[in-house]
Write a protein that binds this ligand. Sequence first.
Ligand SMILES: [Zn+2]
Length: 425
Amino acid sequence: MKLAYQFKLIPTSSQKCRMSKWLDMLRHQYNYLLADRFDWWEMNRCSINACPLVCSITEPREQPEYYGQKRSLVSLKLQREWYKDIHADVLQDMVKRVDLAFARFIKGDSNGKRSGKPRFKSKNRYRTFAYQRVKPDCIQGNRVGLPKLGEIKFIQHRPIPDGFVIKRALVTLKADSWYLTLTLEDAGVPDNPTIDIEPTEANSIGVDAGLEYFAACSDGTMVEPPKFYRRAEQKLAKLQAKRELRKKGSTARRKLNHCLAKLHQQIARQRKQWHFELAGDLVGKAEVIFIEDLKVSNMAKRNKPKQDEEGNFLPNGQAAKSGLNKSFADAGISGFLNEVLPYKAARAGRLVVKVNPSGTSQHCAICLSRVPKELSDRWHECSCGASMPRDLNSGILIKKVGLGVRLTIKRESGKSRRRSPHSNL
Ligand SMILES: [Zn+2]
């Protein structure tokens, strides 16, 4: 099992200076190696419909790859002596980052999902360097020993758990300070332990996540979204307006940028803390937690542009949608459902089960009959006497669906949504 613990570093000013210098040097080399790879592609390609003789003819050179670039570090240290200051492990990790960024662009990750073209990094986008290996006993009292940098004071706000060994160390410059992230590993515990719990009526809970109520649980608890971003919006706008008055590149503008970054960091931290606390509450309530299998990234898309016959653009409701998208981002539903909750549950030995969300808002949780609603109908009223907030109804239904109840999903026209495999023959 792997864990990542983050601690705040308290470096001396000379240590800060050295680490910033390292970041700068690493970034330059990162950009250089990336450019090297782009150059090779540029030189060695030829579009199908073009004559290769029109293209520049150069001596074919070896394609830059991970090991070749790693070997180039030797000559780099000879030509530019100041690179000797950086620990070899940290330099090699930088080459690995180039390789990873490029591999994701060309081949895609393990799921085959390709990323965009890697960018050359500006000062604000290169903020981390990593030691691939550190000594397991690098922590002594309130100091951590990092090769070449020496002993750095840090705040150990929680102990390293028993049985875990320190494997990697990452040093990151954030808006407010330097941070150390330690990767811990316990080889004795499997990565994805199989949790075998049979869900029953008594030990499970259904959770409906939304914007009106962040979480509506089948036991009746309703949690309102905290809206940290919305609350700070005025403050942000004020700072942004002030920044716009300052000249680009001026010290005053840089300082205001720093203030803004800190405010954004605060908002993100508030949200994260709140998510973890809520996840802890939910995990404490039941052994099996049923959630909707939502695609929030689809929900937060922009509306399609509408045009009339002459090609003029018509109102498409994007203004309202933008507001909604901001709320989606502010709530962070996707991060909560896909990362925080499963993580918390796994550590507590609980189970999170995703259920198909179709029909969970259009049926009655008590009698299971169909009660069609628009998105604006926030209250659920049924002829069987059920009367409750719409989200609570969904929460109860999600639990029922998770426990094996099947809803008959029909369209307005009465046709069944699921087509038989031969229907299009
Ligand atoms: Zn009913």
